[in-house]
Design a protein around this ligand. Sequence first.
Ligand code: ME8
Length: 669
Amino acid sequence: MNKPFYITTPIYYVNDVPHIGHAYTTIAADVVARYYRLRGYDVFSLTGLDEHGQKVQQAAAKAGIEEQVYCDGMAPRFQNLWKRLNISNDAFIRTSDAKHKSIVQKWLQYLFDKKLIYKADYTGWYCTFDERFWTEKDVEGGLCPDCKRPVERLSESNYFFKMSAYGKKLQEYITKDSRAKPPLFIAPWIRRNEVVGFLDKSLNDLSISRPKSRLSWGIELPFDPNYVAYVWFDALVNYISALDYLAPKKTPSDNPFKKYWPATLHLVGKDILTTHAIYWSTILMALELPLPSTIFAHGWWTVNGEKMSKSRGNVVDPNAIIDEFGADAFRYFLLREVPFGHDGDFSREALIGRINSDLANGLGNLLNRTLTLIERFSHGRIPEPVASADTELEGKIKKTAVFLPHAELGIHLLPDKLEFNRALEAIWGLVQLGNQYIDKTAPWTLAKKPEDKPRLNTVLYNAAEALRFLSLTLYPFMPQAAEEMKRQLGLMLNFSKPLLASEVNWGSLLPGTEITKGRPLFPRIETTTKTQGDIRVTQDQQPSPTPQPSSTAATPQATGPAQQITIEEFQKVQLKVGKVLSAERVPKSDKLLKLQVDLGGEQRQVVAGIGKTYEPESLVGRRVVVVTNLKPAKLMGVESQGMVLAAGDKEVGGLVTILEDVQPGTKVK
Ligand code: ME8
């Protein structure tokens, strides 16, 4: 029997536009869900919408439609976004579901019967926007301490939940949390301390009703038809009501509640930690139900250093990001950029930076060059390895990526740790190792000697096997990219099933498998519009003579009027046609590309400063003109045995290319 794993996101307010904050929590939950499914857990993942309350009532009134019609119209905005982001939630709850409503009523009645809900008069400062009362000391200058809108003095009879009775019990429960004895109930640790501090003060009772005269869009109290339930009571109960009617039942006698409750993980933003850690925990105590194993509160995103808000007009629409950069790049960025419990700042520049350095240059390049080499040296099929002496690659992959609880990935993704950024760092350590492995073993050199063929086969096999592991480990984070890697590598993996022991063994990649090299996984994002603009300004300020053919290696450039030379002098320069066999970026340089060039009888490595104009992939197969008698030089530590010719002044405009099918090695005169 597989271990159950129940994970939830907050249910988002239906009247809001889905933004990166909502996407963040939902993506994080999806990564966890996918990861534990692969590990063989019986995962139930839930997200949904919070549809009751004043704001929805007001928005519907403004639109001149019924509340339910309004909600039905808004819900697809979230549902469609989750589809586009490849969120694999098992259920989607809406608090206007009839079944949810009846379950909320059942529990309200239960608490009322137990005398844990009572009626009383209350006078306080009420904030309509936040739908809550504030005490005298909370309110400064007549403004809500939360949203800074004016509050009004309101006196009303309401129903109260005896939350105060559970404060100390809850504090004791939380202080049992110990780093030495995971899982933490409230994570990360700093948040646990905040909640414990909050509980030092005695808790008030919680108003759980709103008079219908003021708010009718809600769940009617079963014991008083003049009231509806407070939206937070209604919303929090979703975590258990969903198990009653949305969780799968394989047989009629199945009891999903018994199976999945208590939840393994409630994932929330830090803004709603109090409602979860205190309201929900005390409600559960009163209902005599166990508390969830972990409530994890993540940090807050700002945009370009500012709080995101409709009034500032800086709300980032995830749909626009998906349109421009794809879902996987967005998923990767959000989880890689900032440690999960911390606050983060979103900017386009930071996103593009990550895409170019980690995804295009790192992972994309590793896949592309490996497949190119297999195409060239192994007829497009995974070769048969001989013996692997490359234990570093194999060992590091096993330590990091294997789907075992003690592997690095398993530790980072424990429900009360959720160190997504560190998991991704560890995976990218493997990407780098893979790229270095190819550099070090230099398959293009091995390919020159027939006696090196067995070694060449082993190297190509190992590189492909490393990529197979990478596709497994990346799947929870970037499901589309993993599927594409699987397709290009010709793998038989089924990511939607728990991984088999054989699949997580090094060496299970089948020799003979046909590869299908395809489009680049992550095309580099060109930021030239802005850069070119800047460059043009500099050129205008310093007008230069007609552009000279520029050398692309880092040799000093001749400036000033062109000097005349004799034909003999020109003939000293030996120029030949070279065919680009492979191309890749020189690490840490956005300008330099390392090319392997076929010069007929020999292969040379040439470093060229053309990386701002050309994607490495686009150069493979091109016939270029190479200066072959130039003294070798090292550029950023990489040896260059020649130079390719290109046109342009400060920036490369185009590579000198032979369009005809001229034999590599042919002289250029
Ligand atoms: O609070 N950065 O719904 P909500 C990071 N309906 N995460 C953010 C964010 C930001 N800037 N903005 C929003 C509610 N979030 C209630 C929840 S649950 C029983 C009821 C995310 O639409 C984060 O997860 O205001 C936060 O907790 C949630 O959206 C709040 O969504």
